[in-house]
Design a protein around this ligand. Sequence first.
Ligand code: AMP
Length: 193
Amino acid sequence: MRLILLGPPGAGKGTQASRLVKKHNIVQLSTGDMLRAAVSAGAPLGMQAKEIMNRGELVPDQLVIDLIDQRIDAPDAAQGFILDGFPRTVAQAETLDTLLVKKNMQLDAVVELVVDESELLTRVENRVQETLKAGGSVRADDNPESLKTRLDAYRKLTAPVSAYYAGKGALKRVDGMAPIDKVATAIDGAIGA
Ligand code: AMP
């Protein structure tokens, strides 16, 4: 199964992706996680991305396209994958289409978690508190200023990605404001699994 999960920061993509991974024995491919790993490792890619990410802006398309291009060929992705945080621009979505055709792979569904924007700041604040309580370290971009930039980027650059997939008849929209298990059931219904 090959899925794309769309939705703004704090929509619950990570939570739902983890569940789908276990249920379908597929891998979660989060470009945000891959970039944060590159930053922690001090890799050249991380150096390039770090400040952009901290500000809440998007890194250049080609960086994340290269990451995904390589990653979806890895043996652990053979059963399928769920893309979380990619594609985030229409250019990324178009390039992904080309890549998938070249690799002879098809997408099964594109699911968008629809949430009220007014709720997102609270959700991200809760995530920060929970991480701190669990003794973890908080993401450098989980602060009100970067979150505002992330939401602006979402509205301007990523919302059109939903329209792109809707235009192809591939988009399934799910109410992301419902309790976690209700969202899960709605996603399962939307992807027919
Ligand atoms: P995320 O963990 O998905 O919220 O991503 C964290 C940050 O990584 C984003 O705010 C961007 O700076 C960068 N990033 C992750 N995925 C992408 C992408 N597909 N395109 C551009 N930048 C990305």
